[in-house]
Ligand binder design. Structure first.
Ligand code: ATP
Ligand code: MG
Length: 572
């Protein structure tokens, strides 16, 4: 064992290695596989990656990084019916964005189709595989149950010669899709259902493969491709999720056919899946939401996809922090989305630029401020990091504040603006409400105030304390924008557990609220031209410009709200 690994293990024990890392550390310590460590992340390119995949990515790449190994990216592209290059490209982008890199180790299960075919031929010749002419329904009916043995197929005892001939003809396109399959001849009475003559190959002729075109008419099943692909690549630790525990004996069975007792064989290790409240993780369901237009696409900011979260303004650091927090175990669990939101808030608090935006504006006229005058006030960009400096914001006679920040008949503890009351305009002056103007219907159209010229932030008189501080923008300088406010995609905590209703009926009808005509300060309008900016709209929440923005129409996604003490107070 190298000194470096020894140190890592010692350090890890102090810090607490997770159980997968401990297994890896032990294998390395024992010198298994010649002391090599090689993991892989094996997405099927049949959808975009979601936060559950991020958990697997952090494990696969993370453990390799930690112990000086390598991690392959392997596209598990064995089913051309559902796969597409669009997904390949999106998966690459998302892994990079999360901060991981596979270097030149990008592989495809389809790269191994020739070797897998050769292995199938060998197993046929050795009497370990046979062609079954039954339909999938007939095969399923013979499978038995965990407590009852299955029945042998009537085609089970075909000779190797006949099987070989049929398998070749299957791949030559002589038979219809579904007409025949190749099965491993193992044990129809095994306690492990996966050993009951599992299907190795199926016929698919109607869908060209995104890489191999129409070259192949038979395609290997997951169980006949995954472990072998690991073997061909030299993967040492094949880390996956708990649903593959019952597949492990079959994984070992096929891997041993290749390893043949040699001193290298890949090993499968399983951890618990990530499940999040108020969303679904099934790619099939997510695809349905996209196809049926129930969301705007895979990158809809309400989706649990990596691309959706990126568009919404989540940072890779916050996702990795969240995954680190929940950890890896052997028990299935449902993780609260508020843990993820907490990580996002925490991270954005550190990096977001503080700006002013008024979501629901009402005009305030400062009657004793000279007409036509503008002065610049200085705003701190990030109190968490003074090195980020300040920016200037115009102040003038007419400004906008939030409608909710004014109440004509305020209850106790309402420290915002009210008739006769005073508040500070953040970074500027203290104003006092003198008069309220209403239209014929009684709606407030304007609030008339006076300001205290001595109270400007930074001046000696600025020390005068008032309870409330409001955000605001100068009316003449403000720019109009749109905000998209997101709420949870589903109305119930665990949509996957609801059996009575179709999951689409459980969608939250209020998961998207579009607010147009918000007023933003000029500095923000300028900054928002750059994609990916992270902003804190003071007193409101974290926002990021959306890709649908144009120079004349800026759109912001609300990443996450700030905690609001007033709202908590109201609930009491
Ligand atoms: P499907 O829903 O189509 O079965 P999948 O979500 O399992 O697909 P894959 O592309 O097969 O998607 O997954 C790639 C890897 O990501 C696998 O190793 C799988 O175990 C892991 N993975 C998938 N979902 C989760 C999840 N919710 N939590 C942790 N890991 C996951
Ligand atoms: Mg899968």
């Amino acid at each position: 064992m190298s000194e470096e690994i020894k140190d890592t293990i010692e350090e890890g024990e102090k810090k607490g290695l997770n159980f997968v890392e401990q297994i890896v550390a032990n294998d390395l310590a024992e010198g298994k596989n010649g002391g090599r460590l090689n993991t892989r992340f094996p997405p099927e390119p049949n959808g975009y990656l979601h936060i559950g995949h991020a958990k697997a990515i952090c494990m696969d790449f993370g453990v390799a990084e930690k112990f000086g190994g390598t991690c392959n990216l392997r596209f598990d592209d064995t089913n051309p019916v559902k796969e597409d290059v669009e997904y390949v490209d999106a998966i690459r982008e998302d892994i990079h964005w999360l901060g991981f890199d596979w270097g030149d180790r990008e592989y495809y299960a389809s790269d191994y189709f020739p070797q897998l075919f050769d292995l199938a031929v060998r197993l046929i010749k050795e009497g370990k595989a046979y062609v079954d002419d039954q339909t999938s329904e007939e095969i399923a009916a013979q499978k038995g149950t965990p407590t009852q043995p299955g029945q042998n197929s009537p085609y089970r005892d075909r000779t190797p010669e006949e099987n070989l001939d049929l398998f070749m003809r299957m791949n030559a396109g002589e038979f219809e899709d579904g007409a025949r399959v190749l099965r491993a001849k193992i044990d129809m009475a095994s306690d492990n259902m996966h050993f009951r003559d599992p299907i190795m190959y199926r016929i698919i002729t109607k869908y060209p493969h995104h890489r191999t075109g129409t070259q192949w008419k038979v395609y290997p099943m997951y169980d006949f491709a995954h472990g072998q692909s690991d073997f061909f690549e030299g993967v040492t630790h094949s880390i996956c999720t708990l649903e593959f525990v019952p597949h492990r004996p079959l994984y070992d069975y096929f891997a041993q056919e290749l390893a043949q007792g040699g001193n290298y064989c890949p090993r499968q290790i399983e951890f618990n899946r990530l499940n999040l409240t108020y969303t679904v993780m099934s790619k099939r369901k997510l695809l349905q939401l996209v196809k049926e237009g129930l969301v705007s696409g895979w990158d809809d900011p309400r989706m649990p996809t990596i691309s959706g979260m990126r568009r919404r303004g989540y940072t890779p650091e916050s996702i990795r922090k969240f995954i680190d927090t929940i950890g890896y175990t052997k028990y299935e669990a449902l993780n609260s989305v508020s843990l993820l939101e907490h990580a996002v808030r925490d991270d954005l608090n550190r990096r977001a630029t503080r700006v002013m935006a008024v979501m629901n504006p009402v005009k305030v006229v400062i009657t004793n401020y000279p007409e036509g005058q503008t002065e610049m006030v200085s705003m701190e960009n990030n109190p968490e990091n003074p090195a980020e400096g300040t920016h200037e914001m115009p102040f003038s006679r007419e400004i906008y504040i939030e409608r909710d920040d004014f109440m004509e008949n305020p209850p106790k503890k309402f420290f915002r603006l009210a008739p006769g009351g005073e508040v500070r305009l953040k970074g500027a002056y203290i104003i006092k409400c003198e008069e309220v103007i209403k239209d014929a219907e009684g709606n407030i159209t304007e609030i008339r105030c006076t300001y205290d010229p001595e109270s400007r932030s930074g001046l000696p008189g600025a020390n005068r304390k008032v309870k409330g501080t409001l955000h605001w923008v100068s009316a003449a300088h403000a720019v109009d924008a749109e905000a998209r406010l997101y709420d949870r995609l589903f109305a119930v905590e665990n949509p996957a557990a609801e059996t009575e209703k179709d999951f689409r009926e459980l969608l939250n009808p209020d998961s998207l609220k579009v607010v147009s005509g918000i007023k933003i300060e000029p500095y923000l309008a300028e900054k928002a031209k750059e994609q990916g900016g992270k902003f804190q709209f003071q007193r409101i929440g974290y926002f990021t410009p959306d890709k649908d923005s144009t120079p004349d129409h800026i759109i912001f996604n609300r990443t996450i709200g700030l905690k609001d003490s007033w709202e908590k107070e109201q609930k009491k």
